[in-house]
Design a protein. Structure first.
Length: 156
């Protein structure tokens, strides 16, 4: 039996709010510290601004895509019988291009709670990550839906 239903998953309002607070908060704090120390000590002020110079180019592109999808009510993940679409990362793959789908916990000392869905492709074993914290869904049901569609519509 092949699934014909298309599922759409949207961004979490909690994740959007938290992301906004973090980006605006850190940028404001570092800019304030830069402005307070600029006249007295240029080196110290540059040290205060350095985290913004590192964080913003990394976080801002993802945040802008995140914000665009949230404002336009565009789904971040679309699961259809033909393909898997991830609008957060801008990639679309047919089920036949996907080798494996599995749950992976975040690891490391400063790892956030929870985990992500790892989508491994046949092409060079490239892995795509779908973070569960940023989308509004029940993790188990989301993962089961992906695995079911992959088994029914893909595989080699």
């Amino acid at each position: 039996m092949t699934s014909h239903k298309t599922y759409q998953y949207h961004f979490s309002a909690k994740a959007l709010t938290l992301g906004t607070i973090i980006i605006v908060g850190f940028t404001s704090l570092f800019t304030y510290l830069f402005c307070m120390t600029y006249e007295n000590n240029l080196l110290v002020s540059i040290i205060f601004l350095a985290p913004s110079i590192v964080i913003l180019p990394v976080a801002l592109p993802d945040y802008i895509r995140f914000l665009f999808c949230a404002i336009t009510s565009r789904p971040v993940i679309i699961v259809s019988p033909d393909k898997l679409v991830n609008n957060m990362n801008g990639w679309t793959y047919k089920w036949t291009e996907i080798k494996e789908i599995k749950y992976m916990p975040f690891t490391g000392i400063n790892a956030p709670p929870g985990g992500y869905t790892a989508v491994t492709l046949w092409d060079d074993d490239k892995e795509m990550r779908i973070g569960h914290n940023s989308i509004k869904c029940k993790t188990t049901k989301f993962l089961q839906t992906l695995i079911r569609y992959h088994k029914q519509n893909g595989g080699r």
